[in-house]
Design a protein around this ligand. Structure first.
Ligand SMILES: Nc1ncnc2c1ncn2[C@@H]1O[C@H](COP(=O)(O)OP(=O)(O)O)[C@@H](O)[C@H]1O
Ligand SMILES: [Mg+2]
Length: 256
């Protein structure tokens, strides 16, 4: 299923230069250079434990770099005040791996929660229409009064994305959005990621192991290998190589 992608612009919304991050003697990121352009979907690939989640935690200021510069929407993340960091985080929606919905709240309450906490001046009517619009955008308006436990894994994922989108972030960070889902549901989530890009004009980083996902959603692919992004480009450019660290990825996904 080839999908036509909107062209990314030349404007950078994330600029990472010479980023290093270690935990004790374990060097995870060893000179990461990476840019995210406005309106593009950038797929980040890499084996488990290579530092993909660490990278996006640094982007939102949950972890600090040891060395290097991380600029998000023109602000250097580890040099701004805590208040500016909180404001910046409102513009960067992150859906973490295993990020759960609040089990004791209805779907409506799950979506209201971030809105009411962050935009205290909204009227009840404005909150309701924002919640309904966002549920409609992910195709799940009918679940509004249900509890998370009544939904399928794929539906919960969609609700999680809606909850992140409700603050209208400029940047979306998806950490393994299709992990643990069956192949058909993965395709639905891939379509949703593309719809979000089209409808909300977001710029996104999508972390995945799933090359079908990478192909379906990525304008560009970057592969984290030994702490650096040595291979970046279109899907074909990244995989057209005899690099022994890259081929197993491809073979695992496409060759039996
Ligand atoms: N807060 C932390 N303290 C110590 N080690 C960490 C911390 N966060 C991540 N790590 C380690 O860094 C490595 C990369 O982690 P992570 O970014 O989660 O990998 P992945 O690419 O699978 O997302 C792992 O070996 C992990 O154990
Ligand atoms: Mg991870």
């Amino acid at each position: 299923m080839e999908q036509k992608k909107p062209t990314a612009t030349a404007e950078k919304v994330i600029e990472i230069k010479g980023l290093f991050k270690s935990f004790g003697n374990y060097h995870v990121l060893k000179g990461v250079d990476l840019d995210l352009y406005k309106r593009e979907n950038l797929v980040v690939l890499g084996k488990s434990g290579t530092g993909k989640s660490v990278l996006i935690k640094i982007v939102v200021g949950l972890l600090t770099p040891d060395q290097g510069e991380v600029k998000v929407l023109d602000q250097i993340v580890d040099q701004i005040t805590y208040k500016d960091l909180l404001d910046l985080r409102l513009k960067v929606g992150f859906s973490f791996q295993n990020s759960a919905l609040y089990d004791s709240m209805t779907i409506r309450e799950n979506l209201e929660f971030p809105l009411v906490r962050n935009q205290r001046n909204l009227t009840k009517g404005e909150v309701n229409s924002a919640v309904e619009e966002m549920l409609d955008a992910v195709g799940l308006l009918q679940t509004i009064n249900q509890m998370p436990s009544e939904l399928s894994g794929g539906q919960r994922k969609r609700i999680g994305i809606a909850r992140t989108l409700i603050l209208r972030p400029e940047i979306m960070l998806y950490d393994e959005p299709t992990a643990g889902l069956d192949p058909i549901t993965c395709l639905e989530i891939n379509s949703l990621i593309n719809e979000v890009q089209d409808r909300f004009h977001t710029s996104s980083i999508i972390i995945t192991h799933d090359l079908t996902c990478a192909k379906a959603v990525g304008n560009r692919v970057a592969m984290l290998l030994d702490g650096k992004f040595e291979r970046q480009g279109t899907f074909e450019e990244v995989f057209n190589t005899s690099d022994k660290r890259v081929k197993p990825f491809y073979d695992y996904n496409f060759i039996q």
